[in-house]
Design a protein around this ligand. Structure first.
Ligand SMILES: [Zn+2]
Length: 403
């Protein structure tokens, strides 16, 4: 290779090794139990390199050898699986009326699922104090299990820029909040990375990794909370847009004469198909769950008024989903949050609108389904984002010095 200033620098070699470690780790995640020879054959890395990389991953306790061997032609191969027992990924969702926290191990097995009622308080400071206290308890629990925290990702219902600053979370009353920085201070610089993202984005990551349609490369998640937002995964990657503000489908105008939206405009999807439209008002946060359950009960009992309201909300939702289907051609649109218990009555109208409005036949193959991850989807997605960071090369250091 003829190079002068552009030749490989020492940092490049470190990068290549980190990249290759991540390649091997991802392979083991997807194909375990597998052998070193399997890894070499599938990744194109040579066997000596694979052995060295696997030794490094074992040293970091990310991968371990099982007692199992597989007899191949020639000699038996020792099989490898993910380890990660000394690690935890933490995801937290802040919402108007609750905070959810989920911790998983490296393989994505849940270690903890908590939900606490929460009111964002009147200020970001109060919110940070409340959320920080919950996170400290999660971290304490993981420390008791002698787990190292790989990272924390926090989901917020609102506009979060690509740097992780909460630009606007109207339902929390937060604006221009450096939530990650404030939490790091509240946690006294905990030594693990803290990321902040939009709730729909993280819920989409949870669906991509853990949901009923895991592995779908074109997937959209719609939050069904007080606000309606979309987390968009295309070609296998979360699409945040230029500044991080993609997915605000809730404020696409469906009817210029429609009801007023809290954003100040009229006839937004959120005003016509959000929880406020279904319940005909936005109840105090603590009452939403109860009112949704009552709505579902009335629908099951065949109450005509309730069924008409749900059908109307379903039509508006279907219009919104049709815009997404025409524009992005997702394989699946997943309805989350309070849409889940109401899905039996929303989905028929959504499907009809899709058939009418999507230009491609059979809605371009777009399925619309209710999430199976429940209200923890965004928090679980926080953990998924941390695991994604590990998979893409941000590996924890070797732990061989820890007894
Ligand atoms: Zn609006």
């Amino acid at each position: 290779m003829i190079t002068s200033t552009t030749g490989p620098q020492p940092a490049d070699f470190a990068d290549v090794r980190a990249t290759n470690l991540a390649v091997v780790l991802r392979f083991v995640r997807e194909h375990a139990p597998c052998s070193r020879a399997d890894i070499a054959a599938s990744t194109g890395l040579n066997k000596a390199t694979v052995s060295s990389l696997v030794a490094d991953l074992i040293d970091r306790r990310l991968v371990r050898e099982t007692g199992l061997t597989e007899n191949r032609v020639g000699r038996p191969a020792t099989m490898l699986v993910l380890d990660g027992s000394p690690y935890a990924a933490i995801g937290v969702e802040i919402n108007v009326d609750y905070v959810s926290a989920v911790a998983t191990d490296l393989a994505g097995q849940r270690l903890l699922t908590w939900r606490r009622s929460f009111s964002g308080g009147d200020s970001v400071n109060q919110g940070v104090a409340g959320v920080g206290a919950i996170i400290r308890r999660v971290v304490g629990r993981m420390a008791k299990e002698e787990r190292q925290i790989l990272g924390l990702a926090v989901a917020v219902p609102g506009l979060v820029d690509v740097q992780g600053t909460v630009r606007l979370a109207p339902n929390l009353g937060w604006r221009d909040a450096d939530l990650g920085g404030d939490l790091a201070k509240a946690l006294r610089d905990p030594g693990f990375p803290i990321q902040v993202d939009n709730d729909a984005n993280l819920a989409a990551l949870a669906e991509q990794r853990f949901g009923a349609h895991a592995g779908a490369s074109d997937l959209i998640y719609l939050t069904g909370e007080v606000g309606v937002g979309a987390g968009i995964i295309l070609d296998g990657r979360l699409r945040r847009g230029g500044l991080g503000y993609s997915g605000e489908i809730g404020h696409v105008q469906l009817d210029p004469e429609g009801p007023e939206c809290h954003c100040g405009r009229r006839g937004c999807l959120e005003a016509m198909a959000g929880i406020g439209a279904v319940l005909r008002r936005i109840p105090p946060p603590a009452e939403i769950q109860v009112e949704i359950e009552e709505c579902a009960r009335l629908a099951r009992a065949g109450d005509a008024g309730t069924l008409a309201t749900l059908e109307s909300a379903g039509r508006s939702l279907g219009q919104g989903v049709s815009i997404l289907a025409n524009l992005l051609n997702p394989e699946v649109v997943i309805l989350g949050g309070y849409y889940v218990p109401l899905a039996p009555w929303l989905l028929p109208a959504v499907q009809e609108e899709l058939s009418d409005r999507v230009v491609a036949s059979a809605a371009g193959g777009c399925q619309v389904v209710a999430s199976t991850l429940g209200h923890d989807a965004a928090a679980l997605g926080g953990a998924a984002r941390v695991l994604d960071s590990v998979d893409s090369g941000r590996l924890p250091g070797g732990l061989s010095r820890i007894p």
